[in-house]
Design a protein around this ligand. Structure first.
Ligand code: C2O
Ligand code: CU
Ligand code: CU
Length: 479
């Protein structure tokens, strides 16, 4: 039980090439953060012996509201220790919302508020953050605002923003990385009547897929440890290399990079990936993506038309680094009245910005910490005060060229627009509403956001969660 908690640097650079030794024996590759042991000793990683593509892709169940009061839907989630069969025949202790390794999907409706009641059945504090959600500060899941063991807490979500694929996850102080790793994540979809008019694939043809990675010890336990390079088991909705049997028709797939640290670069040879939405909702028009890259917490909704492949064929979603992630077996012909319109949703005009802020992301080897503008997170410090209603440009620079560490940048509360990366306008797949954006080593990304409505303190941080847990997080306050 003297496992220590290590943080290694950004093993994966953009391009999926690891720039660090896989074995973290240098200061640059392993930073000792002290003892926070929580589990069995890692006794070497278990080998996946299962045949690929034999287990079905689990689809997280849709959570029904427990009650409806007026126009408010009330949902219940409990956070508890549970087990999952990640590898066939192997029982793995995990954490789960309602006992599920990928929590249930909440499908809220735009304009209808939701209350999510969370009961903490863990022995320690947790909380819930609605990632990408436009919510009041008190409901944002601030790291200092935990739910005590045994306590119940209500989160109020207004669901005023346009239809989109959000996700909820733990955000407890210093523990967010480990909690999310062990299973505290789930989808939160906002359905929107305007979007429904477009007749995109829906119902059972609209499938959320969370990608993540784990290291599983020989005794079946999850290793949360140094070297993330060792998290070699890639999961889709909690299973390694599962298969989804599909009909020859259009599907909407809502992809989430739910890993702590891995960059996914996805391809689906044999059919076109048409991206229709970014983090914050629909793009102006579908975009053909021969390769789709997602840093942690980013989402992309895609439409895939399996009529492009013969019945009986198998298509494999592959990652540049990790190889096969998920297979689609095209099993049957089907009627399809869904559409993929050439126009989706126009983006609002960008209002003029009145403030420009600089945000520097850097690893500090001497402090063994990850910093923003040279400082680690301090809940008692406000790093940026923003008058309500203003529009700002944030210039985010990744200083870590020396170690080749990739970061990304996430702002709570708002959906922003990516203006450019090193002066170059974003590609069409990044040109929509975003809440998280990749910031490769040495680059500067400019984003623009308007801070309307809610006041109070919110976070911004790198979403490589081991970096934010080790300090790469700060606060803005809308006043
Ligand atoms: Cu997924 Cu602070 O966020
Ligand atoms: Cu967030
Ligand atoms: Cu980072």
């Amino acid at each position: 039980m003297d496992r220590r908690r290590f943080i290694t640097l950004g093993g994966l650079a953009v391009g999926g090439v690891s720039l660090l030794p896989a074995c973290g024996d240098t200061t640059a590759a392993a930073v000792h953060l002290g003892h926070t042991a929580t589990g069995g000793a890692g006794a070497g990683e278990a080998v996946t012996t299962a045949e690929p593509f034999t287990v079905e892709l689990p689809i997280p169940p849709v959570l029904r509201p427990t009650a409806v009061e007026g126009d408010t839907e009330i949902y219940d989630l409990s956070v508890r220790e549970t087990t999952a069969e990640i590898l066939p025949g192997v029982t793995t202790p995990v954490l789960g919302y309602n006992g599920l390794f990928t929590g249930p999907t909440i499908r809220a409706k735009r304009g209808k508020p939701a209350i999510v009641r969370v009961s903490n059945q863990l022995q320690h504090s947790t909380n819930v953050h609605l990632h990408g959600g436009y919510v009041a500060a008190v409901d944002d899941g601030h790291p200092m605002d935990g739910i005590d063991p045994g306590a119940l807490r209500e989160y109020h979500y207004p669901n005023q923003q346009q239809g989109t694929t959000l996700w909820y996850h733990d955000h407890s102080h210093h523990m967010e990385a480990e909690h999310v790793y062990r299973g505290l994540r789930g989808f939160y979809v906002i359905e929107d009547d305007d979007e429904a008019k477009l007749k995109l694939p829906s119902g059972r043809y609209d499938i959320p897929i969370a990608l993540s990675d784990v290291a599983i010890a020989a005794d079946g336990t999850l290793v949360f440890d140094s070297k993330f390079a060792d998290r070699q088991t890639i999961l889709a909705n909690g299973k390694p290399q599962p298969v989804l049997r599909v009909e020859a028709r259009r599907y909407r797939l809502r992809l989430l990079n739910g890993a702590l640290h891995r960059l996914f670069q996805l391809r689906l040879p044999g059919v076109d990936i048409m991206q229709i939405a970014t983090d914050g909702g629909l793009l102006p028009a579908p975009v053909l993506r021969p390769e789709l890259s997602l840093t942690p917490a980013e989402r992309a909704d895609i439409v895939v038309d399996f009529r492009q492949a013969p019945i009986g064929s198998r298509l494999v979603l592959e990652d540049t680094t990790a190889g096969a992630v998920l297979a689609f077996d095209v099993v049957a012909r089907a009627d399809d009245d869904s559409k993929l319109p050439s126009q989706l949703r126009a983006l609002p005009a960008l209002p003029p910005a009145t403030t420009v802020r600089d945000v520097a992301l850097s690893f500090q080897p001497t402090l063994a910490s990850f910093t923003i503008n040279g400082q680690t997170f301090d809940a008692n410090r406000v790093d940026a005060q923003i008058p309500v209603g203003t529009t700002e440009i944030w210039q985010v620079t990744n200083m870590d060229t020396k170690y080749g560490i990739t970061h990304n940048f996430h702002l709570h509360l708002v959906q922003f627009r990516v203006l450019d990366r090193d002066g170059v306008p974003p590609g069409p797949g990044e040109a929509g509403l975003k809440d998280t954006v990749a910031v490769p080593p040495g680059s500067t990304v400019r984003v623009q956001a308007t801070f309307t409505g809610f006041k109070g303190r919110y976070l911004y941080h790198c979403h490589f969660l081991e970096h934010s847990a080790a300090g790469m997080m700060a606060q803005f306050e809308v006043v």
